[in-house]
Write a protein that binds this ligand. Structure first.
Ligand SMILES: O=C(O)c1cc(=O)[nH]c(=O)n1[C@@H]1O[C@H](COP(=O)(O)O)[C@@H](O)[C@H]1O
Length: 295
């Protein structure tokens, strides 16, 4: 478990602490993370005004902002995936920056996880850190572990930020590398990653792991070797993951520890003028389902 500390009333970016924000949301009973993965073709037409460039920036921003407003009461975190913003070029990135600024000022109690799945040599990772934490204002990021803990140091040394390391991902082909034997005892690679990340890489107590809801048996194994790190669990909803098993096997030693993501299942719950209202209903329903099973 990320160590609880006194919450500060100062909400400036430098005063924010991912672990404390998340802990507070868990204690208030929130475990759902809404993934903000906007596709231009799926954004309702009435949000697309002006020239194409204006329409992209404004509609991305207005769409995500409306989803945030409709679902904030149900979530422990929001998780924009950068791919969806990057694919739109500068207007998409401007929208992401505005969204982060808006979230921090309007909902300062809710942490922002930037799903970027970054990872490079350490000197290059410094650039990603400057971008994701300092420019876009993320409270946490997703990173891949292939270059090792030394390379991840620029993220890890930011004790106030969360670093979610990909461990057992939700996609169908994830076993190809993640299930390879990584040691004399036949420990699979994903468990080796879990052990390293939760211990050797976690001197600032700011590491989390990504474990897909589509592989609940492995999620249970991860929890066994990493009893107290936050698990970011995508794969419920559109990917058909097993929510019940996630809640049964994924909680930490205090009964918290889960950041359960749903993106498409929430943001595209409705169409046209009613999209935000429908997203709010879908988020409330899923959050309630989680809460009922956790209590
Ligand atoms: O890191 C992630 O969030 C992630 C890891 C993983 O193993 N699987 C996975 O689906 N994700 C992300 O979680 C989101 C899932 O979206 P939905 O399937 O629409 O709920 C997408 O943004 C994915 O990129």
């Amino acid at each position: 478990m990320i160590q609880p500390r006194e919450l500060s009333s100062d909400t400036s970016p430098s005063a924010r602490h991912f672990g404390r924000l998340l802990e507070r949301r868990w204690r208030d009973g929130f475990f759902l993370c809404v993934g903000l993965d906007p596709e231009y073709s799926q954004i309702p037409a009435f949000l697309k005004q002006g020239t194409e460039e204006e329409a992209v920036e404004e509609s991305y921003y207005a769409f995500c902002r409306a989803i945030v407003e409709a679902t904030a009461e149900s979530v422990c975190a929001f998780k924009p995936n950068l791919a969806f913003f990057e694919q739109a070029g500068p207007p998409g990135l401007k929208a992401l920056k505005r969204l982060g600024d808006y979230l921090r000022s309007r909902f300062p109690e809710i942490p922002l996880i930037l799903d970027a799945k970054r990872g490079d040599i350490a000197s290059t990772n410094k650039g990603y850190v400057a971008s994701l934490f300092d420019y876009f204002g993320g409270d946490a990021v997703t990173v891949q572990p292939y270059l090792g803990g030394e390379a991840l140091e620029p993220y890890l040394e930011r004790a106030e930020k969360g670093v979610f390391v990909l461990c057992r991902t939700s996609n169908p082909g994830s076993a190809e590398l993640q299930m390879l034997s990584a040691g004399a005892e036949g420990t699979p690679l994903y468990l080796k990653v879990a052990q390293l990340a939760a211990n050797d890489w976690n001197s600032n107590r700011n590491v989390g792991l990504v474990a897909g809801a589509t592989y609940p048996a492995e999620l249970a194994q991860i929890r066994a070797v990493a009893p107290d790190v936050p698990l970011l669990v995508p794969g419920v909803g559109a990917q058909g993951g097993d929510l019940e098993a996630v809640l049964k096997y994924g909680r930490d030693s205090q009964g918290y520890g889960l950041v359960i993501n749903s993106s498409r299942g929430i943001i595209y719950a409705g169409k046209d003028e009613n999209f935000a209202e429908a997203a709010g209903v879908a988020a409330r329903k899923l959050a309630e389902e989680i809460k009922t099973r956790i209590d």
